[in-house]
Write a new protein. Structure first.
Length: 95
């Protein structure tokens, strides 16, 4: 079977985010809807928001284009906002 689309570029991810999850207080995890954040989206958040790097610097560290980085950080911010505003858990997944 032929794969459609472009082959995904291997991204440099310095931290292991797979064991990280967040949930609203006072609600059992089993009862919550979950928002899945890819490890590369979490790495984009770490570099941009936590480390304070510009998008081009962050993209260079991850080995991707700035436009790809921009799309990753935009998707991550949308998912995080959705989880916070709608009371959902955030879980990291390996992509």
């Amino acid at each position: 079977m032929q794969q459609l689309g472009r082959k995904k570029i291997v991204r440099n991810i310095e931290a292991d985010h797979r064991r990280v999850c967040f949930k609203p207080c006072g609600v059992r995890g089993k009862e919550l809807e979950k928002v899945e954040l890819d490890c590369d989206e979490m790495e984009a958040v770490r570099l941009s928001d936590y480390e304070g790097l510009y998008q081009q610097e962050s993209a260079d560290k991850m080995g991707i284009s700035r436009t790809t980085f921009s799309r990753l950080i935009q998707n991550a911010h949308k998912k995080i906002a959705t989880a916070l505003l709608q009371g959902k858990a955030i879980v990291m997944i390996q992509n």
